[in-house]
Design a protein around this ligand. Structure first.
Ligand code: SAH
Length: 261
């Protein structure tokens, strides 16, 4: 039960998919306290004077939905913000860029011909919106984070740097598949586009968390740094990016975001 938490003090949940994405955030946490529930560790504490819960969604839609539900039901969070990495699908969405989600689609959901392709049965909708106000703050935070990196994405000692990195805003597709082939990624992009869903990036959790937040009437926003182009070299680009860059980007963006909350 979550009734012990007053709305004014209810924390913001910061979700990451991978431990590497979360490391930098746990290091910054003030008065850290760990709570284990449903096979997950939840880190409670303060970041920039704001009460937060840091959690790993785990990978894939079901795992992410479980984590989101636990955050809402058990920890009484007030809003959920996802920071993670994704494959770039849209034209001009490059490794090192950042995509802030306006809405989400489940690219592997297909109950046709009973329901239109991609529609979530019994919800009467295909896309789930991110919260507009939180998303605007995240967009600002992402721009500030990139600008704070010397020469647009470079940091002294950083192994990878991304001069000219851009922040995009648009549709993110989620599904239980690591998309790692140029042809596979083209087919996915074209099929979504043909159905009226011009997608910028692909990942494995966002749409599930968006659906849970919609069910509970909780604001949700997500930012994804592009780790790979979901093409034939995605399996090489992804782990390299996650190990070298993801944690730094997540930390920068969350810090900027919490300052404006
Ligand atoms: N065994 C790997 C699994 C990572 S799955 C590991 O733990 O290192 C990839 C993760 O990054 C997911 O959380 C997904 O949301 C995101 N992601 C990054 N690039 C992706 C792509 N090309 N396709 C799908 N998900 C991607």
């Amino acid at each position: 039960m979550s009734f012990h938490l007053q709305p004014a003090t209810a924390p913001t949940a910061i979700l990451s998919a991978l431990a590497q994405e979360q490391h930098g955030l746990i290091d910054l946490l003030q008065q850290p306290r760990k709570l284990s529930h449903a096979g997950r560790d939840f880190w409670l504490g303060e970041l920039h004077g704001q009460p937060v819960v840091l959690a790993l969604s785990k990978i894939g839609k079901v795992a992410a939905a479980t984590t989101a539900t636990a955050l809402i039901e058990r920890l009484g969070v007030q809003r959920i913000v996802f920071t993670g990495v994704a494959g770039g699908l849209g034209e001009g969405v490059s490794v090192g860029d950042v995509v802030v989600a306006t809405d989400f689609v489940q690219h592997d959901l297909d109950a046709s011909p009973l329901f239109p392709r991609y529609e979530v049965p019994l919800y009467g909708r295909t896309r789930f919106q991110a919260d507009a106000a939180l998303t605007a703050l995240l967009f600002k935070a992402a721009c500030a984070a990139l600008a704070s990196e010397p020469s647009g994405g470079q940091e002294a000692g950083a192994v990878q740097s991304f001069p000219g990195a851009r922040v995009h805003q648009g549709l993110i597709a989620s599904g239980d598949r690591f998309v790692s082939g140029a042809e596979e990624s083209r087919v996915l992009r074209d099929a979504l586009m043909a159905a009226g869903h011009p997608v910028l990036a692909v990942e494995m959790e966002g749409a599930a968390v968006a659906q849970v937040c919609q069910d509970y009437g909780l604001p949700f926003a997500a930012v994804r740094t592009i780790s790979d182009r979901a093409d034939d070299s995605a399996h090489i680009d992804f782990p390299r990016f996650v190990d070298e860059v993801a944690s730094r980007y997540a930390r920068l963006m969350v810090e900027q975001f919490l300052k404006t909350l």
